[in-house]
Design a binder for this molecule. Structure first.
Ligand SMILES: Nc1nc2c(ncn2[C@@H]2O[C@H](COP(=O)(O)OP(=O)(O)OP(=O)(O)O)[C@@H](O)[C@H]2O)c(=O)[nH]1
Ligand SMILES: [Mg+2]
Length: 598
């Protein structure tokens, strides 16, 4: 595991000089930056601490014009080195960066008072001031160190303090889904497209396929090669800086703010319900703002529901989940408006009057960790996989919450399940009352009736509703045995056929008995009659009886011999023999001969 530490602090306060002193590397990559003595874009450098801990730095610009770049550096960083110059003290961008850190919920870091050689007497006072300013952020208890990069004072203490801070950082999850926010993309001759980013969780391996999500459509890419700190690796675990050589994407379509994500493991969302975490109440918030998350900066519309809750509509899709921290910024300004946390990455559509007030109340009652039972209740049924994607399930839950049942990968709320059962029961019963001879409700019709999200749920619902299933239909239990008005006629026909098993009734006889196709089909389903080709109706026992007689014949036998043995006509004998062939009980040898299969 490496550590990744971002710098923060007002322009010219000595961030890059400090990184240079700590690593011996040049964080200002551009000639223009070095000429102007000003960081414009993110810089990268690394070192190994006395403990052996490896630490990579992301050096951010302090100038307010480059706040977007600063936020891209701070966004994915788990740890911050907050710099204030002893001779200048706390300044405007110190406040902006403080607000960004508060919004991002960064909890690990240290405060470094730089340029101490220029104002040795002021260092303590500036540190105390910085502490007070940071008291509402996650850096409230961060250790403070005073240094001078020019004469080297305090640098050993700083390395020691950094080691202590990094020791406290929780272990990242190596098996988590990957979401790597791209902070740089470039081409290397011979290698092609390379992107870099901070791997916060999960593991990358050569050959892995990832989805690239940006303002344009999602595309699939493959990791051709991996590097960290300039060295190649077959796999890279978190936390660490990672450079990925990608196949399947040209440099022009991949930019800072894009995300490389584990396929199918993240939702991509444009609408988010969020809670204000820092900054002023949202009553006067601008409708248009910029949302910063990871390395992305996306224009968005904010629709406040109340002072603390609202809906963000992003200009393009981002892979965001419950609990993600966002920095909100006024467009065209270098000011941070405040922070927000995602409460729902797939919020419900609001249509009716009063919906937004109801939504505000629901959001106010929500936990930032999410309430999976409430989500299942709201949706009725949702796939477990999707709950995991949204961040509502971590996979470490001990059991499913009360009021939720798990069916075939679906989480279904009890109320929804009860409603499905009732609706199915009454649908099937209504149909049976209208038409007792019908074979019940088809599965497709049942799925539509219940608006079931997946037909696989139907079996359980039908069973629990006390209904019977078979042949693609759901019916009232025992309905197949109930022939209703046709019962008497079928009984009469059965009696006749028991006496003369191969004397199939003629069409006029069936119509005299009022046994039409529907009645006969129902009797067949009930196992009372057997229908053969050309309107031949026999008892289901007829084939077995026929076999007894046919087995007595000299083999092979002709159709005519069979007809005589059974004492019937060609009208009955031919469909019956074909039925026996189909069952594999007899075999047809040629146009005129068959034999019994033994
Ligand atoms: N005397 C003295 N000067 C320093 C020290 N650290 C930085 N400086 C000077 O302060 C100026 C700004 O330093 P940088 O390291 O570029 O400051 P920065 O915070 O990276 O500035 P931006 O990236 O533009 O925000 C340079 O002229 C440095 O030489 C220090 O410890 N002592
Ligand atoms: Mg700099």
């Amino acid at each position: 595991m490496q550590h990744v530490v971002a710098t923060a602090g007002h322009v010219d306060h000595g961030k890059s000089t400090l990184i240079r002193a700590l690593t011996g590397m040049e964080p200002d990559r551009w000639e223009e930056e070095r000429r102007r003595g000003l960081t414009i874009d993110l810089g990268f450098a690394w070192t190994t601490l006395a403990s052996g801990r490896e630490v990579a730095f992301v050096d951010v610009p302090g100038h307010q014009r480059f706040l977007g770049n600063t936020l891209a550096g701070l966004g994915p960083a788990p740890v911050v080195c907050f710099v204030v110059a002893a001779d200048e003290g706390w300044q405007a961008q110190s406040s902006d960066h403080r607000d960004a850190i508060a919004a991002l919920g960064i909890r690990h870091g240290l405060i470094v008072i730089t340029r101490a050689d220029r104002a040795p007497d002021r260092a303590d006072e500036v540190l105390a001031h910085a502490r007070a300013e940071l008291s509402e952020t996650g850096l409230r208890d961060a250790p403070g160190v005073t240094v001078s990069a020019v004469d080297g004072t305090g640098l050993t203490e700083l390395r020691g303090a950094l080691d202590c801070v990094l020791e406290q950082v929780p272990e990242p999850e190596t098996s988590a889904r990957v979401r790597l926010w791209v902070d740089r993309s470039f081409t290397i001759t011979g290698a092609g497209t390379v992107v870099t980013g901070t791997l916060a969780a999960g593991t990358l391996a050569r050959g892995d396929r990832l989805d690239l999500l940006g303002p344009e459509r999602m595309r699939s890419v493959v990791i051709r090669g991996l590097q960290s700190r300039g060295e190649p690796y077959p796999t890279l675990g978190p936390v660490g800086r990672a450079a990925l050589n990608l196949r399947g994407v040209s440099r022009d379509v991949i930019h800072r703010g894009n995300a490389l994500i584990t396929p199918d493991a993240w939702p991509s969302t444009r609408e988010l319900d969020v809670r204000r975490t820092t900054g002023s109440p949202w009553t006067d918030a601008p409708a248009q703002l910029i949302v910063h998350v990871g390395t992305a900066a996306v224009p968005a519309r904010l629709r406040p529901f109340d002072d603390d809750h609202g809906r963000l509509t992003l200009d393009w899709l981002l892979p965001l989940v419950l609990g993600d921290r966002l920095v909100l910024r006024y467009p065209g300004s270098s000011q941070v408006l405040g922070g927000a946390q995602v409460l729902d990455a797939e919020p419900p559509v609001l249509r009716r009057r009063g919906d937004s007030a109801r939504r505000a109340a629901a959001l106010a009652g929500m936990d930032a960790g999410g309430d999976v039972a409430a989500e299942v209740a709201r949706r009725g049924a949702v796939q477990e996989h999707h709950l995991r994607r949204l961040g509502l399930l971590t996979g470490r839950e001990a059991k499913t919450p009360a009021g939720v049942r798990v069916l075939d990968g679906w989480w279904v709320h009890d109320a929804t399940y009860d409603a499905w059962q009732q609706r199915l029961r009454s649908g099937v019963h209504d149909l049976h009352t209208q038409d007792p001879l019908a074979d019940g409700l088809s599965r497709g019709a049942a799925r539509d009736l219940l608006a079931l999200p997946d037909e696989s749920l139907l079996d359980a619902v039908a069973r629990d509703a006390g209904l019977e299933q078979g042949g693609g239909h759901i019916r009232v239990a025992g309905a197949r045995d109930d022939l209703g008005r046709a019962e008497a006629a079928v009984g009469e026909l059965e009696a006749r056929l028991r006496a003369e098993p191969f004397q199939a009734p003629e069409a006029y006889e069936l119509s005299a008995l009022q046994l039409g196709a529907r009645e006969l089909a129902a009797a067949e389903r009930a196992g009372r009659l057997l229908r053969l080709r050309d309107g031949v109706v026999l008892l289901p026992t007829a084939p077995a009886l026929a076999m007894r007689d046919l087995a007595q014949l000299e083999q092979p036998f002709t159709t005519s011999q069979a007809r005589q043995a059974l004492g019937t006509t060609r009208r009955v004998a031919i469909p019956l023999l074909e039925h026996l062939d189909a069952r594999g009980w007899t075999r047809r040898l040629d146009a005129g001969h068959r034999e019994v299969v033994r």
